[in-house]
Design a protein around this ligand. Structure first.
Ligand SMILES: Cc1cc2nc3c(=O)[nH]c(=O)nc-3n(C[C@H](O)[C@H](O)[C@H](O)COP(=O)(O)OP(=O)(O)OC[C@H]3O[C@@H](n4cnc5c(N)ncnc54)[C@H](O)[C@@H]3O)c2cc1C
Length: 391
């Protein structure tokens, strides 16, 4: 009933991605263009060209848009390989938020929106944002959405403020969540709009300083002032934003887990090297029981996370919406991988918190992973509510 074999063709692609990341991308981890606000656009463009030359760019895209369209289970294997370096997904164009945005646009956008806003992102020439979270409105609870869109029968006029908007600086494809106010012309409610980031009325107030540093151009605070969009800017149907957000979120939560599993495995490999080669009190530190237990705990956690991800992917591949499954897996994996990264820092001693290895950076980034795409407590709240309500 359960088969964990990885088919030869998939294993070959995984190895190709892993070799590409190890040989061509890892050397960029010390590039000064990997800034406190993430990799800058110049670095990203250079990495994307390497992936394009290797024939691996946006491998996850649907076949009709030139990708390889791997199943969710196949993605689990491939994204883990991509995540070996935190810059791997950036190069391969399977990093957040673009990867989730491409997934959503491929499902919901009409032909004109595909041509203008999706294809350039798939091609790596354009970046995208998903603007939902607000300082005084939507956050853990998207029903608090405060950004408003007034429809006058021709245009939507949007006002509001967002923050933590990844990649806002320089992105061209903008997916904006706003609440269409009741109007005499038609439907209302939470709605997604897609537009060009250079449209008048979109103002980047600032890029926030954050603990993590692997999302291209960091996370922005954005104000919409009388942002005027035509009716053709509505993505899908008016009033359906939360349904579309869920469509995007279940797979996007899992791809986060996959990429960070790759990064945590890398941290473990660096910790293992240190445990084998560094000595203290007459023997390699890995031979002290306290360290060997940390190594074993990491191995167990990495494998449990992998299996959990594969299980949720199996559910999605078999037609489940995966909301409950992806919630369980995201909550579990983000907490476990954070502990793995923490133990790796500990095994490395003082250099664990330095930039001498990428482990310190993986640790800080992993801290943020426990918050985005739903903080752990919110997932637990949803899981418990579902369990309590089921007979
Ligand atoms: C690195 C990073 C990148 C991000 N990128 C984007 C982006 O591109 N676009 C975007 O729109 N947003 C983005 N976000 C925002 C992210 O989606 C939100 O941080 C997340 O939804 C939580 O909302 P909040 O920060 O407003 O926390 P709040 O809603 O203020 O919640 C704070 C805390 O309250 C607790 N809590 C809330 N609800 C419950 C509950 N039901 N039960 C128990 N405890 C609860 C949790 O501990 C939670 O951490 C990003 C966030 C981070 C950290």
């Amino acid at each position: 009933m359960i088969d964990f074999d990885i088919p030869a063709e998939l294993a070959a692609l995984r190895d190709e991605i892993r070799t590409f990341v190890t040989e061509q991308i890892v050397p960029y981890e010390t590039d000064p263009r990997l800034t406190r606000h993430g990799p800058d656009d110049e670095l990203r463009a250079e990495l994307v060209e390497l992936a394009r030359a290797a024939g691996l760019l946006t491998f996850q895209a649907p076949k009709r848009f030139g990708g390889r369209e791997p199943s969710h289970r196949e993605q689990a294997v491939l994204f883990e390989a991509a995540g070996w370096s935190t810059l791997g997904p950036v190069a391969l164009n399977c990093a957040a938020p673009d990867e989730g945005n491409m997934y959503l646009l491929a499902k919901v956008a009409n032909q004109q929106q595909v041509d203008e806003f999706l294809l350039p992102v798939i091609d790596g020439r354009q970046r995208s944002v998903f603007a939902m979270t607000e300082p005084d409105g939507a956050g853990s609870d998207p029903n608090q959405l405060a950004t408003e869109a007034h429809f006058d029968g021709t245009d939507y006029v949007i006002n509001g403020r967002k923050w933590l908007i990844t990649g806002a600086q320089g992105a061209r494809t903008w997916i904006i969540m706003a609440r269409v106010a009741p109007n005499p012309h038609g439907a209302d409610g939470p709605t997604l709009f897609v537009c060009d980031g250079r449209t008048a009325g979109i103002e980047l107030e600032r890029v926030m300083s954050t603990m993590d540093r692997n999302y291209v151009e960091g996370h922005g605070v954005v104000r919409f002032t009388d942002l005027r969009l035509p009716a053709s800017a509505v993505l899908g149907e008016v009033g359906q934003a939360l349904r579309y957000a869920q469509l995007r979120l279940a797979p996007a939560r899992l791809t986060h887990c996959m990429r960070w599993l790759g990064a945590a495995s890398r941290a473990q490999s660096i910790a293992l090297h240190h445990a084998r080669t560094r000595t203290a009190f007459g023997k390699p530190i890995g031979e002290h029981q306290g360290v060997s237990f940390m190594i074993a705990d990491n191995e167990i956690a990495l494998q449990q996370c992998r299996l959990a991800i594969w299980w949720a992917c199996w559910a999605l591949d078999n037609g489940a919406k995966g909301r409950h499954e992806s919630s369980m897996v995201k909550a579990y994996v983000s907490e476990e991988l954070f502990k793995v990264a923490d133990r790796c820092v500990q095994i490395l001693g003082g250099i664990g918190i330095s930039d001498e290895t990428p482990v310190g950076m993986i640790f800080s980034d992993m801290r943020a992973f426990r918050l985005y795409d739903g903080p752990t407590e919110v997932h637990k709240y949803a899981i418990a509510r579902q369990v309590l309500r089921s007979p």
